[in-house]
Design a protein around this ligand. Structure first.
Ligand SMILES: N[C@@H](CCC(=O)N[C@@H](CS)C(=O)NCC(=O)O)C(=O)O
Length: 206
């Protein structure tokens, strides 16, 4: 049995949807980030970074959403959310998962959590503007790399869940990821999946 510590619409979305895809039993524990619960003494004991998500399995603690996703894919290969070891598709899968977690995800954190980086309001505004400029180039790159209809090709994999999650976070920006034609089509496919819909409803996301 897994326990996923999550917060509405946060980096847990992809892991949460993946567990539903996999049909594994899990328990959800909400961390209300608006109330600062990610910084509570009890939560810091399991995740000293004060971030969500955190996964607990048989008392073992794991954080970092992309790592959790990979771990779940390895543990539940029957769900088919990751290409076979050693395949060309696996190489692309790994490349894009790592790219998304260390490049667009970081820029999105600059935008959503500028207060974690800078105290000065004017500097935060500049940080957010720079993040949006960088993201535009990243969405363009990803949009051109979608093999179709999913990122790696014919089948939906965990990187599509991750891409849909980070693309969702750009929805209030001047040029949201959804406005890029191929990303928009991919998002619509992922969002139509029962796993994504269930995750959105569990989290109360819109
Ligand atoms: N690299 C981490 C980042 C997690 C992260 O930054 N989560 C955000 C929500 S999307 C968070 O917990 N923010 C709380 C805060 O900044 O106080 C991961 O992917 O798990």
């Amino acid at each position: 049995m897994y326990t996923l510590y999550w917060s509405k619409g946060s980096a847990n979305m992809a892991c949460h949807a993946a567990m539903i895809e996999m049909g594994v039993p899990f328990k959800l524990v909400e961390i209300d980030a608006d109330k600062g619960e990610q910084k509570s003494a009890d939560y810091l004991k399991i995740n000293p970074n004060a971030r969500v998500p955190t996964l607990i399995e048989d008392g073992r603690i794991m954080y970092e959403s992309a790592a959790i996703l990979l771990y779940l894919c390895e543990k539940h290969p029957q769900a088919g959310l990751m290409p076979a070891v050693g395949s060309a598709e696996r190489a692309r899968f790994l490349q894009w998962l790592f790219y998304m977690t260390n490049t667009p995800q970081e820029a999105l954190m600059n935008w959503h959590h500028a207060d974690n980086y800078l105290d000065d309001e004017g500097q935060r505004t500049a940080l957010k503007a720079g993040a949006e400029r960088r993201l535009a180039k990243m969405w363009e790159l990803l949009d051109g790399e979608i093999a179709g209809p999913y990122l790696i090709g014919r089948d939906c994999t965990a990187v599509d869940l991750f891409l849909t999650m980070i693309a969702h976070w750009s929805r209030k920006m001047a040029r949201p990821a959804r406005s890029y034609a191929n990303i928009g089509k991919l998002m619509a496919l992922v969002e139509a999946r029962p796993s994504w819909r269930k995750m959105m409803s569990n989290e109360g996301n819109s």
